[in-house]
Design a protein around this ligand. Sequence first.
Ligand code: ATP
Length: 684
Amino acid sequence: MLTLDERSVRQLKGVSALKEGELHAFGIHTISDLLNYFPFRYEDYCVRELAEVKSGEKATIMGIVRGAPIMQRYGRAKSRLTCKIESGGMLITAVWFNRTYMQEQLRPGREIMLTGKWEQHRLQITVADSEFPDSAKASKTDSLQPVYHVGGNITQAWIRKMIAAALTQYGPMIEEVLPYELMERYGFMSRSEAVEVIHHPGDASRGQEARRRMVYEELFLFQLRLQAYRGLHRGRGDGVAQPIGSETIREFAATLPFALTDAQKKVINEILTDMRRNYAMNRLLQGDVGSGKTVVAAIALYGAVRVGHQGALMVPTEILAEQHAKSLARLYEGTGIQVGLLTGSLTERKRRDLLAGLQMGLIDVVVGTHALIQDDVFFRSLSLVVTDEQHRFGVNQRSVLRRKGINPDVLTMTATPIPRTLAITAFGDMDVSTIKEMPKGRKPIKTYWVKHDAFDRVLGFIRKEAAAGRQAYVICPLIEESEKLDVQNAIDTYMQIQQSCPDLTIGLLHGRLSTAEKDETMSRFAANDSQVLVATTVVEVGVDVPNATLIIIMDAERFGLSQLHQLRGRVGRGEHQSHCILIADPKSETGRERMKVMTETNDGFEVARRDLELRGPGDFFGTKQSGLPEFRIADMVADYETLEQAREDAGELTERDDFWSNESYARLWEILRREGLFQGEQLD
Ligand SMILES: Nc1ncnc2c1ncn2[C@@H]1O[C@H](COP(=O)(O)OP(=O)(O)OP(=O)(O)O)[C@@H](O)[C@H]1O
């Protein structure tokens, strides 16, 4: 017997050759395509009181026919029918276009349900749909009606009818695709039931249940493809197996100035497990700002060196490269590990020495900016590449660095969880490790939002913190169009603070300074030789000065939420109570909303989620054409948790020994085969 995938829509009564052609334009070829053509929303036929309906709104109301219908005809096919209806104590006019058959049904005194657009000033409703509750054909017991994308000769009513017919005739033939154990685990309704309910939800709660199942299915199948592909890639085993001993790592961890959190230990284990295997790791390390990702990277790099290889850490700015190189050198003290620094501003001689050191293997770990990916940089044996904040690097840059090793392991660190995860779903087959817990003893940062006129009080706050031995950042925004203005802006702020706090030492950091000047300023701040650092956003990513407890962000409305969160993460990195003050006079409601979000939550995940809500995912990537996959029913933002779950489930399943042999997964093989993946082989 033919499956629904093999049956053409022509098999349905009512689909002519012409209509079939038009359905193709919607991607509908088979019965299965038609049944999977889900509504993009529902029309709510829940009956309302006319008094509550706003002018211009579409609604469903009840009424009684009061008067005889009047018909006007235009040409052969067009007509306009009007009739007086009483509804909610008002006498209104209902208008039907091209529905001559209504005329005889509109008998005075008869109850009628009307759905249409209400025009208050004319006391008129333009009817899209009507029904008589006393009629045997009454079908609107369902208050929710599906609405499909239609066009051309395909009308809403026609496609509803075709789908209803397909459901009646073929509904029971809809096969389950999800494995039994997942159906059980989540208590899902069967596929055939869910498809039926998606088209005819009846009440909202059943509709929700059906949606839950279909969303999961869609995301699961999507992930299954990625995970199966990953399995294929792993099967090649062309990475470097790094037999890093647990004992080696434990001994090193014991030399750290703090105990690792459980969350850090967990992700370190995940990373080491990957590194030991003979396929190239491609893992994302996510964790909120200040959760201790850098030390995790340091441990992984340590492991690579201990088994005879080299590691590279690529960061977006020179300041960060400098800082990471220093802190790695400190962490590796006494281990004999040599750390090198490669940035664009090295002198020619230093650069030559460093390159030679890398090539000969005298340098074990190199930290650098994009200078790392230049043609003349060679490694003796690069086995681990860590990149910080990958969104700053293009995919190309990363793959160049990757090619410098024999398929090295790649670890990418990021602090903005949701958008990254969205990107993973779009671009690939990365594994994800998440640090879910902050180091002990951290106090949540207190965030305030004040208007510009409160700046004097803010200055008082700076003096207070400095008197207590703490330090403060003052961040001035970067106005892209004019670096000159930015610098001026930063200088003005610097002068103002200098004037009102004459006994404090204040540093100034902006894009016009030379690298040496920037380093100098940063080092002085890190050593607590200056108490205040006025800076443009150069401190945004990763700068770590635990004694800084106050950050003031000028014109905060100019920053994105995730950026504000990153900036705020510069404080709260030690045991002292920290504060973040946002100075902003936002003009728009969204602007005010964004400031509120910052004061309400300290959780980067939540900030990213709210940011997405306020902006939408396409926009998050700077463009609507972000290359994110389009789902039929799932919404990557709203269904984010399901996505994560589906990812985990698909990963688990494809790793099972019996996945490719157990017949109960046959439907899944079929789907993968269609995608060109089968039994771990790519079929061309
Ligand atoms: N387990 C721990 N216990 C106490 N302090 C820790 C722990 N892990 C890291 N730290 C310290 O916390 C601070 C933040 O760590 P780190 O710089 O690694 O965070 P991060 O996640 O990289 O932050 P960011 O995203 O801001 O770069 C550092 O001063 C680090 O030394």
